[in-house]
Write a protein of this length. Structure first.
Length: 544
C-alpha cells in the first residue's frame, strides 16, 4: 500500500515538520489514549490492543510517551457496512483483542492504517472502532462516554493523524491505487545573465486538468462527517488522502504531492498564538467559535445524541486556551452574541454535495435547550458576528444552569436554562400568522420574510425549522398554533429572539417569581425603523 516514492515523501514531510517547525511541537501535558493498537515488530508482528496505564505494558514499551498515529475516517452507512463483515471491540471481544486482532476480519481502511503505520516506522495506532468499546450494553455506553470526552487528548497528542478523506466507508481503504506514479516534478537550475553569481532553482510540475492546485476536501465524503471536524482541527500534523492526491497539513504549512505550499480549502486551523489573541481580544474568540460551529453545523451526525460530544473535545481544548464557562455549545462571556444564531438553508453554503448535509429540522428527542444551536439539525450561522458593541446590548443574563448527562461538562446535556432580563413585546396576530406559515426557503441564498403594514419596521425573520420543508403551522396544526403566543426579546439593538410561551416547565424555587415567564426560542428577527414604536416591557424571561 503506497509506493516507496510516496512513503519517502510522507517521511520527508514528517521529518521537516518535526525538525523545523517550532509551532508544531506536541503539547507535553497530554496523556495517552486508554487503549492503543500495538502493530507489533519483527519478533511479534501480530497487532493487538494494549492498555496504556498497565504496568506490564509500560515495561514492554520502554518509552515514557510513545508516538502513535490516529485515524480519521468514515464508518459508512448501514448499507455500506453490510457489504462485508467487519470487527469492532466489544465487551465480549476486548480480552481476545488484547491477545491478537483478527486481521482477516478488519475493514480495509483499518488494515491500510496498520500497514501505513508500519511503513512509517511507528508501532502504535489509534482507531475508534477498536480502541473504544462498541455496543449497546452498559459497559460499552460508559466506555464510549469516557473516551469520547478525551478526543482533545487523543488527536491533540497524536504524532500524525491519517485523514481518509475520499473513502465513503471503512471498507474503501486509505490510498487509491493510481494508474501511474505521481509526478513530483523536476528541478531546473537558473543563473542570472546579468549577475552570474546569482543562482537559484525552479520546479516544474505537470498538473492534470482534474487536479486542483489547492488541497480541496470539500467534495470528499469525510468532509461531511461531524466528528471529523474536531479530529482535523485538534491534530498537529495531518496526512490527507484525497481522491486524486495526497496532501500534508500542519500548524506551519500545507503541501501537496507536487511539493508546493498550497491553500487548504474548507480547512479550519487554530492560530498557533490563539490563546494570546483571544485573551487580548475576546471578539477573536467569539468569531473563531462561530466560524467553527457554522462549519460543523452542515455536517452529519449518525447518532443525534452525538451533536455536542462530537465537538466537545475541541470545546474542551479551547477552554484550556481561553478559560470560560461552556453552556451546551455556547460560552458565558459571549452568551448574548451566541444566542443570535440563524437556522440557515444548507444551499446557502453552496456545498458540492448537499445530499450529505443534514436536513433542517429539530431532533425527535431532547438534545439541548432551545436557545442553543445544538437543539437543531442543519446549517446555522451568525450574520452579525464580529459586530461586537457592548453599548448595543438591550438584555442582561441573570442566571444560567446546565445539567450534563454524565461527568463531562462538554458532552451530552439533559436540561438547561438561562434567565434573561430584557425588553419584550408580544407579537400581534398579524405577525404571528406570518411566523407560523413561514416555510424553509429553497435556493442558494438566505431569504428573509419581508413584513409590511403596521410591522414595516421589521426587516425579516428566520424561524428555527421544526421539520424539513414544513412550516411551524404544518407541524403543530391549527389548534395548537392558535393556543400559542409569540414574544420578541430584544437581545441587541434591533435584533431579537422570537420566543414561544406554549411550553411551561417546572422550575426550581429560585425561579418562583410572579414576574418571571418561561419561554422556548423559535426563531430570530431583525428590526429597524418603527420597531421602537412597539410596546416594550422590561421582563425577566427563563429560556429553556
Amino acid at each position: 500500500m503506497g509506493s516507496p516514492t510516496v512513503i519517502n515523501m510522507i517521511k520527508e514531510w514528517i521529518r521537516d515538520c518535526t525538525d523545523s517547525h517550532q509551532s508544531c511541537r506536541l503539547p507535553e501535558f497530554l496523556s495517552l489514549p486508554t487503549r492503543l493498537i500495538d502493530i507489533g515488530d519483527g519478533a511479534s508482528p501480530i497487532p493487538r490492543l494494549v492498555i496504556t496505564d498497565s504496568g506490564k505494558w509500560r515495561q514492554e514499551c520502554k518509552e515514557v510517551l510513545p508516538r502513535y498515529i490516529a485515524l480519521s475516517y468514515c464508518w459508512g452507512s448501514k448499507k455500506d457496512l453490510d457489504k462485508a463483515p467487519y470487527v469492532t471491540t466489544t465487551s465480549s471481544t476486548l480480552r481476545d483483542h488484547m491477545q491478537a486482532l483478527p486481521m482477516d476480519k478488519l475493514p480495509k481502511t483499518v488494515l491500510d492504517a496498520i500497514h501505513l503505520t508500519r511503513r512509517l516506522e511507528l508501532r502504535y495506532l489509534w482507531v475508534d472502532n477498536l480502541c473504544i468499546i462498541q455496543g449497546h450494553d452498559e459497559e460499552a455506553h460508559e466506555d464510549w462516554r469516557k473516551e469520547s470526552s478525551r478526543m482533545a487528548n487523543v488527536y491533540g497528542g497524536a504524532w500524525l493523524t491519517i485523514v481518509a478523506s475520499w473513502a465513503r466507508s471503512m471498507h474503501d481503504g486509505i490510498l487509491l491505487t493510481r494508474p501511474s506514479e505521481p509526478s513530483l516534478g523536476i528541478e531546473i537550475g537558473l543563473r542570472s545573465l546579468e549577475n552570474p553569481t546569482c543562482r537559484g532553482k525552479i520546479k516544474l510540475v505537470p498538473r492534470p486538468p482534474q487536479r486542483s492546485p489547492n488541497v480541496d476536501s470539500t467534495d470528499e465524503p469525510l468532509y461531511y462527517r461531524g466528528w471529523a471536524l474536531q479530529e482535523r482541527i485538534l491534530s498537529t500534523r495531518v496526512l490527507i488522502c484525497n481522491r486524486d492526491q495526497l496532501a500534508w497539513e500542519c500548524q506551519s504549512r500545507c503541501l501537496t504531492e507536487s511539493g508546493f505550499q498550497m491553500w487548504s480549502i474548507g480547512a479550519i486551523r487554530l492560530h498557533p498564538n490563539f490563546n494570546k489573541l483571544a485573551r487580548s481580544d475576546p471578539q477573536y474568540f467569539r468569531n473563531t467559535w462561530h466560524c467553527i460551529i457554522t462549519e460543523y453545523s452542515h455536517r452529519s451526525i449518525t447518532n443525534s445524541s452525538d451533536k455536542l460530544p462530537a465537538i466537545g473535545g475541541l470545546a474542551k481544548h479551547l477552554h484550556v486556551l481561553y478559560p470560560d464557562e461552556y453552556l451546551a455549545g455556547m460560552w458565558k462571556e459571549s452568551l448574548l452574541d451566541d444566542l443570535l444564531w440563524f437556522h440557515e438553508d444548507v444551499d446557502f453554503h453552496q456545498r458540492k454535495d448537499t445530499s450529505l448535509s443534514p436536513p433542517r429540522s429539530k431532533p425527535a428527542t431532547y438534545r439541548a435547550p432551545s436557545w442553543s444551536w445544538a437543539s437543531v439539525d442543519g446549517s446555522v450561522r451568525w450574520p452579525h458576528s464580529g459586530q461586537y458593541s457592548p453599548e448595543k446590548y438591550k438584555s442582561q443574563v441573570l442566571n444560567f444552569g446546565i445539567t450534563p448527562q454524565g461527568n463531562d461538562a462538554f458532552g451530552e446535556v439533559s436540561a438547561g436554562y438561562i434567565t434573561v432580563r430584557g425588553p419584550t413585546s408580544k407579537v400581534p396576530d398579524t405577525l404571528k400568522q406570518k411566523l407560523l406559515e413561514q416555510r424553509p426557503s429553497k435556493g442558494g441564498t438566505r431569504k428573509y420574510e419581508i413584513i409590511s403594514g403596521y410591522f414595516s419596521g421589521i426587516s425579516g425573520f428566520v424561524m428555527d425549522v421544526q421539520s424539513e420543508g414544513h412550516s411551524l403551522l404544518e407541524v403543530l396544526g391549527q389548534e395548537r398554533a392558535d393556543a400559542m403566543d409569540f414574544f420578541l426579546l430584544e437581545i441587541r439593538e434591533d435584533i431579537a429572539m422570537i420566543l414561544s410561551s406554549n411550553t411551561l416547565q417546572s422550575l426550581s424555587d429560585d425561579h418562583d417569581d410572579s414576574e418571571t415567564h418561561c419561554f422556548e426560542r423559535v426563531g430570530v428577527i431583525d428590526m429597524w425603523g418603527h420597531a421602537r414604536e412597539f410596546s416594550w416591557n422590561n421582563t425577566v424571561c427563563v429560556l429553556v
